[in-house]
Design a protein around this ligand. Structure first.
Ligand SMILES: Cc1cc2nc3c(=O)[nH]c(=O)nc-3n(C[C@H](O)[C@H](O)[C@H](O)COP(=O)(O)O)c2cc1C
Length: 419
């Protein structure tokens, strides 16, 4: 039984909401696991992975970086489609949207995230028209092909999230087939493809799945409307006889639902969220969307709510909640770190290292000289790139030990860098 998904309180995947700030906030409050928003496989395939704060040295393909945000970013064009914070390590599940085993397998071979989940429950036309989301529920062979393809390459656990089918026995047949694919967990949203929020969650049908699937954790989902306290999550877990519970809407309106000590006021939740949105440089549209969902009816009745509706930037939203100084501080901090480039080549092509402690600086420069000397002696016999690789790894090790900076290799010189 996979421990990763057993006996857990989980933040559900939510498009536009489950990005870095909300995920980190829920984890800080006490959620055990968080899911990303669904990201379509094609976008992930086309994305560039960078470690935030990389610098290229000279014309070589060595990339050294100091920590600006300390995040791992997947960028698709100008858009950051996934930003993983250090706090999420081992606790974040990437949810993908896919209709093809081949494409899904292409994005499933890393270990930046703790697990990969396939969305098989989204009933929205944009998902279904491409054969993704809930469209897969009627395509058992496709489901098997996708899951086994991912399983064949994934080095992290694989799971999927389904809705119940129109017929109870069809649901049971499907989950039986899914279990055979070797997944580590199944989430069951207790609504049918054509059912929506006011429709009751089909607790009994989730329970039937949990009784049938006993070798892997079943995660129940769909009862946010019934959750008002931390204890309610345990109540519904036990009602459904599942291993874990997953919460979406309640966690979006009240992220502190994951606090054992009790929920916080709406405004405290918003302030805490804004601090993380500033820290992780979240976009204006995504920040505004989450704050508005947390505000609910207060968008009309509270001056802070009205100011949010009228806002045109993250700074303006922050100002409405007295967090403009936090915004400015994080902005300054990012700029300070970005400007502090520790490694650069001068006009003579000599590598310069700039770090804070003079003694260490001397040692690093000595070490680099030795490596450079060695590289130039060997350069006639060996390929230049090999030598540079050695040099890169030596600097990596050295900077890790001495400076707690980190180092990352790229052999494609055309990769864009975050500087
Ligand atoms: C704003 C929003 C976005 C959602 N996006 C996703 C998504 O990306 N992937 C997914 O599997 N489900 C998505 N869902 C569905 C939820 O994960 C969840 O299954 C549903 O809201 C029922 O759970 P709840 O009663 O706790 O809200 C989304 C729901 C909401 C409200």
């Amino acid at each position: 039984m996979s421990e990763l998904y057993s006996d857990k309180k989980i933040l559900a995947p939510m498009v536009r909401a489950c990005r870095t700030p909300l995920r980190v906030l829920c984890l800080m409050y006490g959620a055990d696991l968080c899911y990303t928003e669904e990201i379509v496989d094609q976008k992930l395939i086309g994305a560039t992975r960078t470690v935030n704060g990389c610098y290229r040295i000279g014309k070589y393909s060595i990339i050294l970086y100091t920590e600006v945000l300390g995040t791992i970013d997947y960028c698709y064009g100008d858009e950051i489609i996934l930003r993983l914070a250090p706090e999420e390590k081992g606790r974040c599940i990437l949810q993908i949207g896919t209709n093809s085993g081949e494409k899904a397998a292409e994005v499933a071979n890393g270990d930046d995230v703790a697990g990969i989940d396939v969305n098989m429950g989204c009933p929205k036309p944009f998902s279904i028209h491409c054969g993704m989301g809930a469209a897969l529920l009627k395509e058992t062979e496709k489901v098997k092909q996708i899951l086994t393809s991912i399983k064949a390459v994934a080095i992290v656990p694989v799971s999927c999230k389904i809705r119940v089918l129109d017929n109870e026995s069809d649901t049971l047949n499907l989950v039986r087939e899914i279990e055979k694919c070797g997944v580590s967990a199944i989430t069951v949203h207790g609504r049918r493809r054509d059912e929506r929020q006011p429709d009751a969650c089909r607790i009994n049908e989730i329970r039937e799945v949990a009784r049938l699937i006993t070798k892997i954790p079943v995660i129940s989902n769909g009862f946010s409307a019934e959750i008002n306290t931390f204890e309610d999550m345990e109540k519904w877990r036990s009602e459904t006889e599942t291993s874990s519970v997953m919460i979406a809407r309640k966690a979006l309106s009240t992220p502190s639902i994951f606090r054992k000590e009790g929920v916080l006021s709406k405004y405290k939740d918003i302030e805490n969220f804004l601090e993380l949105a500033c820290k992780y440089d979240e976009s204006y549209t995504m920040t505004k969307y989450v704050v508005q969902r947390m505000l609910g009816g207060d968008q009309e009745h509270d001056p802070r709510g009205r100011a949010t509706v009228l806002s045109g930037s993250v700074l303006q939203i922050c100002r409405a909640f007295g967090k403009d100084e936090v915004y400015e501080n994080w902005k300054r901090e990012r700029q300070r770190k970005q400007n502090k480039k520790r490694f650069r080549t001068d006009e003579f092509g000599i590598l310069n290292v700039d770090i804070s402690f003079p003694l260490i600086r001397v040692k690093i420069i000595q070490l680099i000289s030795i490596i450079m000397g060695l590289a130039s002696t060997l350069s006639e016999e060996k390929d230049q790139l090999d030598i540079l690789i050695q040099l890169g790894f030596s600097i990596l090790e050295m900077s890790r030990r001495i400076n707690r900076s980190r180092c990352h290799w790229k052999d494609d010189q055309n990769d864009p860098l975050v500087a």
